[in-house]
Design a binder for this molecule. Structure first.
Ligand code: GTP
Ligand code: ZN
Ligand code: ZN
Ligand code: ZN
Length: 231
């Protein structure tokens, strides 16, 4: 993987027909320690934190803008992007407290970044905290932030096979949202095949079809967010 973000030190498997080499996960071990610290912070303030991941443009910010306005519980947001305050400005317009993390060359959020952002944001007791990760289906899957739940969004314009091509992302998630279903009549996307692919890598994740712009499936998404099992 890339040299700039630290993920080159994580579990890298090199297969050349005869050898499989699994390298050490030093950076990830340090990250996991800090993630546990974040988890303790979040539990102590009764904040339900969701790590929201997808490839660029799958609809994370659009879904959040609409969710914050409709959910009816206090929400806060931590935005992760390489550069710009654009997503934070969109969230700010909803009235929810937000901080933006810019990762520069980095392609994912890590627990240290989240720790700084948590102290800056200080989300209200009992609130739901959405962490919009950097748009990327690879590295964010490796880094525990201390969240209570993971949500992966895939949009129907991204084509087939993503759950099996990016199995770490899909295997580690609690919920898969298939977004932009309003575009299904115009694109060649087989929903049944997608669901089979998700099940191949993750037999237990919840699966919902939504349209963040037209509103399909959002009641089910809000119910999932409010479910009693969250605590
Ligand atoms: N047709 C359709 N378009 C959508 C839907 N959800 C989002 N979009 C559009 O998809 C584009 C990208 O949406 P964003 O919400 O910015 O995506 P993102 O995942 O936050 O993108 P990054 O932060 O850059 O990774 C925008 O033009 C949205 O209007 C949807 O359900 N249907
Ligand atoms: Zn976004
Ligand atoms: Zn702390
Ligand atoms: Zn990386």
């Amino acid at each position: 993987m890339c040299d700039t973000c630290g993920c080159s030190d994580s579990a890298v498997r090199i297969t050349d027909h005869t050898h499989t080499v699994v390298m050490e996960q030093d950076i990830l071990a340090k990250n996991d320690e800090l993630a546990e610290h974040n988890r303790a912070h979040l539990r102590a303030s009764d904040v339900f934190a969701i790590n929201l991941m997808s490839s660029p443009g799958a609809g994370k910010t659009t879904l959040l803008e609409r969710t914050i306005r409709a959910l009816g519980v206090p929400c806060a947001v931590i935005e992760g992007d390489q550069e710009t305050l654009l997503d934070a400005e969109r969230i700010k317009a909803t009235g929810a407290p937000v901080v933006q993390i810019n990762t520069g060359a980095g392609c994912h959020l890590d627990a240290a970044m989240l720790h700084r952002a948590l102290h800056a944001l200080a989300p209200a007791r009992g609130s739901t905290l959405f962490i919009e990760n950097v748009g990327n289906l690879v590295c964010p899957a490796l880094f525990d932030l201390g969240e209570a739940a993971r949500v992966v969004i895939l949009s129907v314009t991204e084509g087939p096979g993503k759950p099996v091509k990016y199995p770490h992302m899909f295997a580690a998630t609690d919920l898969v949202l298939l977004n932009k279903v309003d575009l299904l009549p115009y694109v060649d996307f087989d929903v049944a095949e997608f669901e089979r692919d998700v099940r191949r890598v993750n037999p237990s994740a919840a699966l919902l079809q939504v349209s963040a712009t037209r509103g399909d499936g959002l009641t089910d998404w809000y119910d999932w967010l409010r479910r009693p099992a969250r605590s």
